[in-house]
Design a protein around this ligand. Structure first.
Ligand code: PGA
Length: 265
């Protein structure tokens, strides 16, 4: 039975108080969740604003979840690729290391709005793995390439992010075609499943010694309670990266209700 990964990108939608209140709401929903015996292990990870990481991780570490199949942890939305130095306004990995297990790398909003380049993302991935954390490398083609041959574009994004890095720890790729992010127009599960297979093929062809069991592939882009199970039931998709539907407690509870009905794959 494969584990399921539900990663929640809260972007900068919430202030510290709202983040804490959402977390407390999620925790009380999780306390009452009854997981059937055949439910897969569920890895739920929250990526709040960096300012909230410390306080939220304290709340989580003081809370016992009722079922061993359910894991709740934290992630960070971005770090600088240097561990320390004169980089005003940036977040160092040292500042967040004790409070989270994963870090997003190259979300399309970072690439498009903040002009992050593949070479910088490679340095971030290396730093994250050196520090034994999990990189969540976001990739995805722009809308005009989606229907055409996007293989070359994805190959460049994938291989540049892991070039010259020895992968000895879990690495997550979040496949997020940009036209599906925040638009309500999700990419079909069939298409995403094909892209997941393609991502694994590209990795295996180019890094033959890579242990593919260390690689997890998530889909992100307008995931909600109505479509989530279609992605999670697909053979080659390990989980989802949910944005706006994860910052509203009611919507998120509907997502949780769907997850517990998942049958093992
Ligand atoms: P969305 O965002 O779910 O709001 O489309 C997903 C993401 O940006 O990771």
């Amino acid at each position: 039975m494969k584990d399921v990964y539900i990663y929640c990108n809260w972007k900068i939608y919430l202030d510290d108080e709202q983040s804490e209140s959402l977390l407390r709401g999620i925790l009380s929903s999780l306390q009452t969740l009854t997981l059937p015996d055949n439910t897969p292990n569920i890895n739920l990870k929250l990526f709040p604003s960096t300012s909230s990481l410390r306080s939220l991780s304290k709340i989580i570490s003081n809370c016992d979840l009722p079922n061993k199949k359910l894991k709740l942890s934290m992630g960070c939305q971005n770090i600088h690729y240097e561990k320390t130095g004169a980089f005003t306004g940036e977040t160092s990995i040292m500042a967040i290391q004790g409070y989270c297990e994963s870090i997003l790398v190259g979300h399309s909003e970072r690439r498009n709005i903040f002009a992050e380049k593949n070479a910088d993302l490679n340095k971030k991935t290396a730093l994250i793995l050196e520090n034994k954390l999990e990189p969540v490398i976001c990739i995805g083609e722009p809308e005009n390439l989606l229907k055409n041959d996007s293989e070359g574009y994805l190959r460049e994004q994938i291989l540049s992010s892991v070039a010259d890095i020895d992968i000895s720890h879990q690495v997550v790729f979040a496949y997020e075609p940009t036209g599906s992010i925040g638009t309500g127009v999700a990419t079909s599960p069939l298409e995403v499943n094909l892209k997941s297979k393609l991502i694994k093929k590209i990795l295996k062809q180019n890094i033959p010694h890579l242990d593919l069991s260390l690689i997890k592939i998530l889909y992100g882009g307008s995931v909600n309670n109505e479509n989530i199970t279609d992605y999670l039931s697909a053979s080659d998709i390990d989980g989802v990266l949910v944005g706006s539907s994860s910052v509203d407690l009611q919507k998120f509870q509907m997502i949780l209700d769907k997850i517990i009905t998942l049958s093992p794959t």
